[in-house]
Design a protein around this ligand. Structure first.
Ligand code: ADP
Ligand code: MG
Length: 337
C-alpha cells in the first residue's frame, strides 16, 4: 500500500437516519485522520454523533434506517464505503476492530468465552483448533486474566463487567488489527475498574503499536490516552488539535465549556459546572449558523446566520467558530476571560 496517507482518513462523512420518512444527518461533514500508532480521542457530550461516526467506519449502522450518504472512509487508501458486506467482514476484526461500552451486548451469552475467542482467530487464520485454543488462553493472560485456562470454559454472565471488557479487548486484539476503535469502553465500569482497563489499553497500544480511535465523553480519558483530539458537537467537528493544545490553548467556546465542566482537584465542588442547555436532537438541528449558538457564552448576532467553517488557526489546530474567521468582525480576539 502506498505510504503517503494516514491509516484512516475520514473525509466529509455524512451519515444519517430516516426518522418518520425524513432523512436527518447525525454526522454532517466530519473529516479527520488517524495515523499509524496514533491515539485519537473523539470527545463531545452524549448525542453529538460520536457513535454514529464510529459505526459508520465499521459499517455497522442499523440497516433499516441508517446510511452513509456522502463522504469517504479511506483505510490504507481504500474506501470502506465502497466495500460489500463480504469484503467488509474481512476487514472487521482483522484490520479494524471495535470494542463497545457494554461488552454484554457484544458477547454472545450462550457461547463460552473460549469459543468466541477461538472463532475470531479461526476466521482469520489457518491455524488448527489446538493452536487457536492455546493462543486464546495466552490472549486472555495478555489482558490480565490470570486464570485464563478456566475462563475459556465460562460464559459471559459468569464474569464481572471489568473481566468482560478484558475479554472484549482480547477478542479485539486477537488478529493484531492496525486500528482499534473503542466507543466509551470504560463508561459502564466502576471508577477503579475504569482506570485498570484504560491502563491495559494503553499498555496494549504501546506493545502492539496499534492506532486507537477512542470515543469518550470523559476528558480525563483524553488526558490519559490521546495524542490528538477531535471535539465533536452536534454532528460536526468543532475543534481538532494535538492533546496539549486542547488542554492549554482551547479555542472553541464548546471545548472551553467542556474543560470548565471538569471539577478541579483544588476546588471544593458543590456543584458541577455543566454546560447550560442540551445538544439539539436531529429534528431540532439549526438549519443555518453555528450549531452551538444557543448555548455559547461568546455568541455574536451573526453566529445565527453564518455557517462557521473548520479552519486552521495554527498548524494542526483547527476550529469551527466565527471568532477565529479572519473575515468576520471580532475575529482573532482573545475571548477567554
Ligand atoms: N438508530 C438511530 N435512529 C435514529 N437516530 C439515531 C440513531 N442512532 C443515533 N441517532 C441519533 O443520532 C444522534 C447522534 O447519536 P450518537 O452517535 O449515538 O451520539 P453519541 O455517541 O455522541 O452520544 C443523536 O441525536 C441520536 O439520537
Ligand atoms: Mg455514543
Amino acid at each position: 500500500m502506498s505510504k503517503n496517507h494516514a491509516l484512516l482518513e475520514i473525509k466529509d462523512l455524512h451519515t444519517g437516519f430516516d426518522i418518520g420518512g425524513e432523512f436527518h444527518h447525525a454526522v454532517k461533514g466530519v473529516s479527520f485522520d488517524v495515523n499509524p500508532k496514533e491515539v485519537v480521542c473523539v470527545v463531545g457530550e452524549s448525542g453529538c454523533g460520536k457513535s454514529v461516526m464510529s459505526l459508520s467506519v465499521m459499517k455497522l449502522l442499523p440497516k433499516h434506517n441508517g446510511k452513509i450518504d456522502k463522504g469517504e472512509i479511506l483505510f490504507n487508501g481504500k474506501n470502506l464505503a465502497d466495500l460489500s458486506e463480504k469484503e467488509m467482514n474481512r476487514v472487521r476484526g482483522k484490520d479494524i476492530s471495535m470494542i463497545f461500552q457494554e461488552p454484554m451486548t457484544a458477547l454472545n451469552p450462550v457461547l463460552t468465552i473460549g469459543f468466541q475467542l477461538d472463532e475470531v482467530l479461526l476466521n482469520h487464520s489457518k491455524a488448527s483448533k489446538e493452536q487457536v485454543r492455546k493462543k486464546s488462553i495466552q490472549l486472555l493472560k495478555d489482558v490480565g486474566i490470570s486464570r485464563s485456562e478456566q475462563v475459556v470454559h465460562e460464559y459471559p454472565h459468569q464474569l464481572s463487567g471489568g473481566m468482560r471488557q478484558r475479554v472484549m479487548i482480547a477478542i479485539a486484539i486477537a488478529c493484531e488489527p492496525a486500528l482499534l476503535i473503542a466507543d466509551e469502553p470504560t463508561t459502564a465500569l466502576d471508577v477503579t475498574v475504569q482506570a485498570q482497563i484504560l491502563e491495559l489499553m494503553k499498555k496494549i497500544q504501546d506493545d502492539k503499536g496499534m492506532a486507537v480511535l477512542m470515543i469518550t465523553h470523559d476528558l480525563g480519558v483524553v488526558a490519559e490516552m490521546a495524542d490528538k483530539v477531535v471535539v465533536m458537537y452536534a454532528g460536526q467537528v468543532v475543534e481538532q488539535s494535538d492533546v496539549d493544545r486542547i488542554f492549554h490553548d482551547p479555542k472553541h467556546p464548546y471545548t472551553r465549556a467542556l474543560l470548565d465542566s471538569i471539577p478541579k482537584m483544588e476546588e471544593r465542588v458543590d456543584e458541577l459546572n455543566t454546560i447550560k442547555g442540551i445538544v439539539p436532537s436531529l429534528k431540532n438541528m439549526p438549519q443555518q449558523g453555528c450549531r452551538f449558538v444557543d448555548r455559547c457564552p461568546s455568541a455574536m448576532p451573526e453566529c445565527k446566520q453564518i455557517d462557521p467553517q473548520l479552519g486552521e488557526t495554527n498548524k494542526g489546530h483547527a476550529v469551527r467558530c466565527l471568532l477565529y474567521e479572519t473575515s468576520q468582525p471580532g475575529a482573532k480576539t482573545e475571548v477567554r476571560s
